[in-house]
Design a protein around this ligand. Structure first.
Ligand code: ZN
Length: 343
């Protein structure tokens, strides 16, 4: 049985705001279901450290870090209309970065694979600002740190299947050819970025791949996307490590978005990514929690990731699929294939 490292921390519940979709009840729902299933006993728990300023500086400007710290110190600050900071938030956000770092360290230190169940999420946090519920970019910092600390890790692939474009992660690596960033997301939608034509700049041209999906697209688009885009792009890039920004807000029941994936579709995608890591980088894959606002979907999504990492058969889905035929996303996937020469 594979050794699966599991990074999480009790303090993640200390950053919360009643009535806000990104509240502590999200992670508590995940913990509760994992506990009920007995899953934690099968995982190797790793302790997330507090990321220090030098870690944060791997993806953020000093003034962004100071801005988060100041907003937290003020007690209740809004960093943008969607993004709150409470007194504990500066520390909790550093601990969330630490969760992604600890999961990556575990995989580079001998665990077969890992999951980081953390919050606040990170993929919208840009070098210059906190936004979209995200304070610091957990996955981007973990990727950079893995490259710095490990000579064997030169090339990192990040796939972001959260329903929102991972604009922050894109910004961090836009000119960096050592990180392949692939994002599939509903488009046009928050945060407004992630058009097909955004492909990187300078030396990083071609190592940003955006797959902007129309509202209403379901599982068949993701299967096509994996086969036609993610597999060939990953084979061409040859990653040493794969990281996944895992959000469950592309589920049809999610209150924030309008893609129509179901838990069966997520499970297929997750297993495909695990298989990809086995083929391309010795199985080294880390799933990091981003969005997902239907608590039942979020909890079962993470239970299914843990089970898939452990090599279990089957998946858990109390919510079911939609009776409606989801719209196909074939045309956009084929445009991505042509633009990036993936044929
Ligand atoms: Zn999202």
């Amino acid at each position: 049985m594979p050794t699966t490292a599991y990074a999480t921390h009790d303090d993640y519940r200390l950053h919360t705001l009643e009535g806000h979709p990104e509240h502590a009840g999200r992670i508590e729902a995940v913990w509760r279901l994992l506990d009920e299933s007995g899953m934690p006993a099968r995982l190797e728990r790793v302790e997330p450290p507090l990321a220090d300023v030098d870690d944060l500086l791997l993806a953020h400007w000093a003034r962004q870090i100071e801005q988060v710290e100041r907003a937290a110190k003020r007690g209740m600050g809004m960093l943008d209309p969607d993004t709150y900071a409470r007194p504990a938030s500066y520390e909790v956000a550093r601990r969330a970065v630490g969760g992604a770092m600890a999961a990556v360290d575990a995989v580079l230190g001998g665990a077969d694979n890992a999951l980081a169940i953390v919050r606040p999420p990170g993929h919208h946090a840009t070098p210059l600002r906190a936004m979209g519920f995200c304070l610091f970019n957990n996955i981007a910092i973990a990727a950079r740190r893995a490259q710095q600390a490990n000579p064997a890790v030169e090339r990192v692939m990040i796939y972001d299947f959260d329903v929102h474009h991972g604009n922050g992660t894109q910004d961090v690596f836009y000119d960096d050819p050592s990180v392949l960033f692939i994002s599939s997301h509903q488009y046009p939608f928050y945060p407004g970025t992630g058009a097909l034509e955004e492909t990187g700049t300078g030396a990083g041209r071609g190592t940003t791949i955006n797959v902007p999906l129309r509202a209403g697209v379901g599982g068949s688009a993701f299967r096509l996307l994996a086969e036609r885009v993610i597999w060939p792009a990953a084979r061409r890039f040859k990653p040493d490590l794969m990281l996944v920004s895992a959000g469950f807000d592309a589920h049809w029941a999610d209150p924030l978005a309008m893609l129509q994936l179901d838990l069966r579709g997520f499970d297929w995608l997750v297993r495909e990514l695990i298989r990809m890591a086995e083929v391309l980088c010795g199985g080294r894959i880390v799933f990091v929690m981003e969005g997902g606002y239907d608590l039942e979907v979020l909890a079962h999504g993470w239970l299914n990731i843990a089970a898939a990492l452990q090599g279990d058969e089957g998946f858990s889905d109390p919510v079911g699929d939609l009776d409606v035929e989801a719209r196909s996303g074939d045309d956009i996937v084929e445009r991505v294939v042509r633009l990036h020469g993936l044929d």
